[in-house]
Design a binder for this molecule. Structure first.
Ligand code: EZ4
Ligand code: CO
Length: 405
């Protein structure tokens, strides 16, 4: 088998997605997600100008060698753009291998470890009451795990909450430059305990609760938050502090038994090596798209498993349905799967472009049994929704200091 063409398609059905289509002389093709929110065109150029010319003519079945060629074979290794490009190509190659074998991807990985993939859904609102109202609806819809985020009194907008935009906190197309948001740790601490106290009061003790701090706290503040929330029994506290200095998580860990999760922006296993090896975290949240594909995720899952760390792949709306499909296969296989973040099936336009047949029932996803990833991409429909430059917000402290968004 030979690769004859690599197409890179950027479309915006509500959000920007970078899709790779690897076409072969056998009639089989593979799909991959290479979306890097706010830097989409950098990955598209990397793929078109630099990676694709090296791959045309090669055997797409040699996934491992192609992965090594694009990772080790590039002097300027790692980084978000490079690893997202590798991630998309790798996914497409596994899709081809599955189609050639006539097997869904999870079978190639070793088969099923569970009957379905437990999801957690998002509830957010302008105050505790509204957030918990949303959470209640999700519980009634069958979800067993909910991430709760609420607006902070005195701050106009914050991560995970709608603010003035009625279309969810990260919808794109109307942000030609990065919007700015304000952050105050003091004000956040004034709200967050009440949110969880009321959540347990109104939702009971059965439902799993999660929360994303989006890196806003310093390690000692995260330690304080973890301690404060211990009695509310979170499934995990996500991205409490940035961990470029992985050792810094020791500060959090020595103070609290609240389980910790991190990793959605990580690109290689090295970004989490010390966190995992020293058991400073409980869940690793890396995504196939940004961490170098299925080949890399499989290694990360096995490495994490040795240290009792579970995988909880990122599931934000800026990962295309192709990545969601890849995660469902990984999660169906991985012995140390924890939970999958889930934000719905995307806009109607999105569902027109990305066609899939996985099922969701009682807060669990059931992977497609179709060969490969089990997803299709309508190129003609995608043409109707061209790329729109768009950015994530930036965050500033009340005195103007740039902070972590
Ligand atoms: O803000 O993917 O857990 N989910 C998240 C995401 C991130 C976006 C950034 O592009 O933190 O919603
Ligand atoms: Co997050």
């Amino acid at each position: 088998m030979k690769i004859t063409q690599i197409k890179v398609i950027v479309c915006c059905p509500g959000r920007n997605f970078v899709t790779i289509k690897i076409i072969t002389d056998s009639g089989l093709f593979g799909l991959g997600d290479a979306t890097l929110n706010g830097r989409e065109m950098a990955v598209a150029a990397y793929l078109e100008e630099h990676a694709a010319p090296c791959l045309v003519g090669r055997d797409p079945q040699e996934i491992e060698d192609i992965w090594q060629y694009l990772y080790r074979g590039v002097y300027w290794r790692t980084g978000a753009v490079t690893m997202t490009a590798i991630g998309g190509i790798d996914m497409a190659l596994w899709d081809i291998k599955g189609k050639a074998a006539g097997m869904p991807l999870y079978q190639l990985l070793g088969g099923r470890s569970r009957t379905g993939v437990t999801l957690y859904a998002h509830a957010s609102g302008k105050n505790t009451e509204e957030t918990l109202g949303e959470a209640k609806k999700l519980v009634e819809a069958g979800f067993k795990a909910i991430r709760i985020q609420s607006a902070i009194p005195g701050l106009e907008a914050t991560y995970g909450v709608i603010g003035d935009m009625k279309d969810y906190y990260e919808m794109q197309g109307n942000r030609p430059l990065p919007p700015e948001e304000e952050w105050s740790t003091q004000k956040y601490f004034g709200m967050v305990e009440e949110l969880f106290r009321e959540a347990r009061h109104h939702l009971g003790s059965d439902v799993h609760l999660l929360h994303d701090v989006h890196n806003r706290l310093t390690p000692i503040e995260s330690a304080r938050l973890g301690k404060l929330l211990e009695k509310y029994n979170l499934l995990f506290l996500e991205d409490a502090s940035i961990a470029e200095n992985q050792e810094s998580y020791k500060v959090i860990r020595q103070h609290t038994t609240t389980p910790l999760a991190i990793g959605e922006t990580y690109n290689t296993i090295w970004d989490c090596k010390e966190l995992v090896q020293n058991q400073l975290i409980d869940y690793i949240r890396m995504a196939a798209t940004h961490a170098g594909g299925i080949t890399a995720m499989r290694r990360i899952a096995d490495f994490a498993g040795i240290y009792s760390v579970k995988i909880a792949p990122h599931g934000a709306p800026d990962l295309s349905p192709i990545c969601v499909a890849a995660h469902l296969h990984l999660n169906t296989w991985a012995p140390n799967f924890g939970i999958q973040e889930f934000v719905g099936l995307g806009s109607e336009q999105c569902r027109q472009i990305f066609k899939q047949d996985f099922q969701i029932k009682n807060g669990m996803a059931h992977v497609s049994e179709a060969p490969g990833l089990g997803i299709d991409f309508d190129e003609e429909a995608a043409k109707e929704y061209p790329y729109k430059r768009s950015y994530l917000p930036v965050s500033r402290l009340e005195d103007g200091t740039l902070w972590h968004w």
